[in-house]
Design a protein around this ligand. Structure first.
Ligand code: 5AD
Ligand code: FES
Length: 382
């Protein structure tokens, strides 16, 4: 049995109670226990955890995150079928291959019929959530998307997650009224200055406004960050963890930066896998019942699929790709993205095997937020 019903806010987990090996570095363990218990975890404690490198300490961190994951969301791994319906984008984020400055990328927008066909494939695979993701399009017709949401809700009865960037409150409201359940909008970095450097013409304040609007409108709201951005320090990452805690999100996604050759960050090193896993573990430890994907970027870094490591460090979600060919290849946020040449529908079977190998199982339920189980109101404390 998995612990889907475990809703206690204070499960009183401590490293010593989890059957985990006591660590030589008592200082690190105390930091970890304090981070877990605190309403406002201290920056110094989070930084101390982010700086560990000893294999035994890493083991303790990941095992503790896995214990929190087991206690609050169980052993099942949820699937979210993703349709990348447009790679058109008005922004010029320095790290992203979809930037409008990348003139080499062929642009596409799926037709309504193509999106509905992909959603039907998701339903046929037994998956209960469709994620509709796109670049941030200037010309996105809000009513066109509203009709698609309405059709998916009425004909397929799937949970609908949107990931279409910064939009007006009125648009968020329109889509919510049409039945959209969830929204993903990563903060990327919680440092306003660093945010400004990486996102020309965008503002941290507007991003936060969007997250607040989404939560107030009753969306299950997801955020997250990128690890290894140019100019990002351990202190920035520690503040991201505090941001995750304060935000009281329903979902958190952590991925490594992967340099894209057609962007200004082409020559920068990729984000570090170990640091990405530490951030995943800390997101689980501070946010407990939150849903955390083993991101496709973790599966794509250096051409190796390290998603099982993320699942072992606190993650409980995988996102099979249902974008049809040839478009899937053109949703090139970063190069060498996993699963671009596989047939549509290949991912779920592959994921079944992946989770079985680590003694877990695929959970085919909707996987709604467990944050306020039994409580309809959403609060966000940004
Ligand atoms: N490397 C890794 N992830 C990236 N994203 C955008 N560009 C990159 C990159 N170069 C992520 C952002 C965004 C998500 C859709 O893709 O975090 O929120
Ligand atoms: Fe997509 Fe393995 S997860 S093919």
């Amino acid at each position: 049995m998995h612990a889907r019903g475990a809703k206690s806010r204070d499960c009183g987990l401590r490293i010593a109670d989890c059957g985990l090996k006591q660590n030589r570095n008592a200082h690190f363990e105390e930091s970890l226990n304090r981070i877990y218990a605190a309403e406002r975890p201290e920056l110094a404690d989070i930084e101390a955890v982010l700086r560990i490198g000893d294999p035994e300490e890493l083991h303790t961190l990941f095992d503790f995150a896995a214990a929190v994951r087991r206690q609050f969301v169980g052993d099942g791994v949820l699937l979210r079928g993703i349709i990348e319906f447009s790679n058109i984008c008005r922004n010029t984020c320095l790290y992203c291959g979809l930037s409008r400055s990348n003139h080499r990328l062929p642009r596409y927008r799926l037709t309504r019929a193509q999106i509905l066909a992909a959603a039907e494939q998701i339903r046929a695979a037994g998956i209960k959530t469709v994620v509709l993701q796109s670049g941030e399009e200037d010309d996105l017709d809000a009513d066109w998307l509203r009709e698609i949401i309405t059709w998916i809700k009425s004909s397929l009865d799937l949970a609908v997650t949107l990931c279409v960037g910064e939009r007006s409150r009125a648009e968020y409201q329109l889509w919510r009224a049409a039945g959209a359940d969830r929204y993903l909008l990563k903060i990327e970095t919680s440092d306003p200055d660093l945010y400004g450097q990486l996102h020309p013409g965008m503002s941290f304040a507007n991003r936060r406004r969007c997250l607040q609007d989404l939560a107030k409108l009753g969306y299950q709201t997801g955020s997250g960050d990128l690890v290894g951005l140019r100019g990002q320090t351990v202190t920035h990452l520690a503040r991201d963890v505090q941001f995750f805690k304060e935000g009281n999100f329903d979902m958190i996604s952590v991925g490594p930066f992967i340099p894209h050759p057609q962007t200004p960050l082409a020559q920068e090193p990729a984000g570090d896998l170990q640091m990405t896993l530490k951030m995943t573990a800390l997101a689980r430890i501070v946010s407990r019942s939150v849903h955390i994907p083993a991101t496709t970027a973790i599966g794509s870094l250096h051409g190796r699929d390290e998603r099982p490591k993320a699942l072992a460090a606190g993650a409980n979600v995988l996102m099979p790709n249902f974008t049809p060919a040839p478009y899937r290849r053109q949703y090139e946020i970063y190069p060498n993205k996993r699963c671009i040449s596989e047939d549509v529908g290949a991912c779920p079977a592959c994921m079944e095997q992946m989770v079985a190998r680590i003694g877990r199982w695929v959970d085919y339920s909707r996987g709604d937020s467990l944050k306020n189980a039994g409580c309809a109101s959403h609060t966000i404390n940004l």
